[in-house]
Design a protein around this ligand. Structure first.
Ligand SMILES: Nc1nc2c(c(=O)[nH]1)N[C@H]1C(S)=C(S)[C@@H](COP(=O)(O)O)O[C@H]1N2
Ligand SMILES: [Mo]
Length: 249
């Protein structure tokens, strides 16, 4: 299954075989071909507003390819997202912790930063190789907050007001899970979930919640936005969402 269209697993982009409906067909027709060739800004804006319009009727949240996104596609399950600047951004940490608190962007920037370079993989098949992400290890924030006995999971909320994600505490403590401030060696822009997004390197990209605003330590995993719509909570790349029995993996 994939986040954008619960149901049977879909083949990777390059193996597409005339699927009947869904945003990937729209992308294939309008996005991949057209935006690659069309560079005139007006025409591109036209396409983008067309795609944005399509997404209003489409719960998948597709709004198209990111201009200059280097193969990334823009996703938001909401039609608009407020912007947060360095002055008004806050990340709260609460729940089953001894020391709940909140971080400003400069607080986060002053902590040790970890840079990882991995492939980004969306469960629908698109992939962006070797993408650097940089930020604070989530485990560091959890340790600073003092996770209480009995805690088993972490829930993430977003200032778009709709998206959520979750990890087990063991997953959240992995060294390749970051509260990311930078992508491709630049500050995270709004479209990619800036100023701060979650980055879960070993899992499909839907785990990497954009516009991160809250980290809540909980007892049990509560399925996130796409997971309530049928996707795997444990979203290991190549080992979830119907790919476990893929003979090629
Ligand atoms: N807040 C929020 N985070 C989100 C999503 C979203 O719709 N809202 N979509 C997810 C999915 S399915 C993908 S593939 C990536 C897309 O990230 P990008 O827009 O930076 O390419 O963000 C993930 N995180
Ligand atoms: Mo995705």
């Amino acid at each position: 299954m994939n986040p954008e269209q619960p149901g049977a697993p879909e083949p990777p982009e390059d193996e597409e075989q005339g699927r009947p409906v869904g945003r990937r067909v729209l992308l294939g027709t309008l996005g991949l071909g057209a935006l690659g060739v069309v560079t005139a800004p007006t025409l591109q804006r036209g396409l983008e507003s067309f795609l944005a319009g399509a997404s209003d009727k489409d719960p998948t949240g597709l709004t198209g390819l990111l201009p200059n996104g280097g193969g990334f596609r823009y996703y938001s399950v909401t039609s608009s997202v407020p912007r947060k600047s360095a002055t008004d951004y806050r990340l709260t940490v609460d729940g089953l912790v001894d020391r709940p608190g909140s971080y400003t962007l400069s607080d986060l920037r002053s902590l040790p930063q970890t840079r990882l370079v991995r492939d980004v993989q969306c469960v629908t098949g698109w992939r962006v190789p070797g993408t650097p992400f940089e930020g604070v290890r989530l485990s560091r924030l959890l340790d600073a907050a003092g996770v209480r006995p009995g805690a088993g999971a972490v829930r993430f909320t977003c200032f778009d007001g709709a998206y959520s994600e979750s990890l087990t505490l063991d997953q959240a403590r992995r060294s390749d899970v970051l509260v990311a401030l930078r992508m491709k060696d630049q500050d995270l822009g709004h479209a990619h979930g800036g100023p701060v997004r979650l980055y879960v390197a070993p899992m499909y990209f839907y785990k990497s919640a954009k516009w991160l605003s809250g980290i809540t330590v909980t007892r049990d995993v509560r399925p996130g936005y796409w997971e309530e719509r049928g996707y795997d909570v444990d979203a290991w790349v190549g080992r979830s969402n119907g790919r476990d029995d893929d003979p090629t993996s």
